[in-house]
Design a protein around this ligand. Structure first.
Ligand code: PAF
Length: 298
């Protein structure tokens, strides 16, 4: 695995792919990209494994590690974001990644131009974390321009991010396929997140798993009793706020297509989104209320 820490070297590597092209290794092979902020967990592993599978033996997989300062609305959250580069590098080697791109923390973020959201700027993350998705889109666009991947993998856990990036790719007519990978969960049901490491053992194993338990119960209630959104939101908020030092930042039921509010069961994709604060750490999760499938917990 090559470790590249400058844009110039990354561009030179890309150039070398073209020069090395032959009848046996044509340049139209997939160049698959997985952007991350490091501190990798099994959710990232799932993305990278699928990226490797898609790239095959002749395509290339590029993973980036960059804790993007533009997408943090609180300095403290940025400062405390978990980082473990040595562990990440050893995992990425095992997963057969071709290039690890680690741009410079200070010089990489664009200084003057940002990608602002015109629509889809009313989702729960946009409202709870002003500027967050602008920061994500801006840095992702910069990666897309430099790497020019054919395919990019994102986790479905950050559903709103995925929707916004898909919109950006459509808007700018980028020749990139965006692939979504289902949320990977700890055996307790807690969605994997780098932020889970900031929780105490007790919170991680006993308190945080309640989030997905409540989401599953809410899905059953929605499907079996067709209760209105407002009652379901009240139920979920009550269950989470009443337990174990947790506090809901938001609980909303929205269309999975355009993040507009859904009042009562409808035919399209309907998603219950939550963000819960536990020990000062914000944990986000969601459940598709309308889909039949919810994987059993192991
Ligand atoms: O999902 C993340 O880890 C980040 O938002 C991303 C996509 C790597 C952009 O910094």
């Amino acid at each position: 695995m090559k470790i590249i820490d400058s844009v110039a070297t990354l561009l030179a590597w890309k150039q070398s792919l073209f020069q090395g092209a032959s009848a046996h290794s044509p340049v139209d092979q997939p160049l698959v990209f997985v952007p991350t902020m490091g501190s990798l967990h099994l959710g990232h592993t799932a993305l990278i494994q699928q990226a490797r599978k898609l790239a095959g033996s002749s395509g290339k997989v590029v993973v980036s590690i960059f804790v993007n300062p533009l997408q943090f609305d609180q300095q403290d959250d940025y400062d405390h974001y978990p980082r473990d580069l040595a562990k990440d590098i050893s995992l990425l080697k095992k997963l057969g990644v071709d290039v690890l791109f680690i741009p410079d923390q200070k010089s990489f973020p664009p200084k003057n131009t940002l990608i602002e959201l015109k629509k889809l700027n009313h989702g729960p993350q946009s409202l709870a974390r002003p500027g967050h998705l602008t920061g994500v889109c801006t840095i992702i666009m910069k990666f897309f321009v430099i790497i020019s991947p054919t395919d990019v993998f994102f986790g479905e856990k950050d559903y709103e991010q995925l929707l916004v990036i898909r919109g950006m790719v459509r808007d700018y007519e980028l020749p990139i396929h965006i692939h979504a990978v289902a949320t990977v969960r700890e055996p307790s049901g807690l969605a994997y997140s780098s932020r889970n490491q900031r929780l105490s053992h007790d919170s991680r194993t006993k308190k945080a798993p309640l989030i997905f338990q409540v989401l599953r119960k809410a899905k059953d209630m929605w499907q079996e009793h067709q209760i209105p959104s407002s009652e379901l939101i009240e139920y979920v908020t009550g269950q989470l706020n009443n337990h174990h030092s947790m506090c809901c930042q938001y609980v909303v039921i929205l269309s999975g297509d355009d993040l507009t509010t859904i009042e009562k069961p409808v035919s399209g994709e309907t998603i219950l989104f939550v963000s819960v604060c536990l020990e000062g750490v914000y944990l986000i999760d969601h459940i598709k209320l309308t889909s039949q499938e919810t994987k059993p917990l192991t």
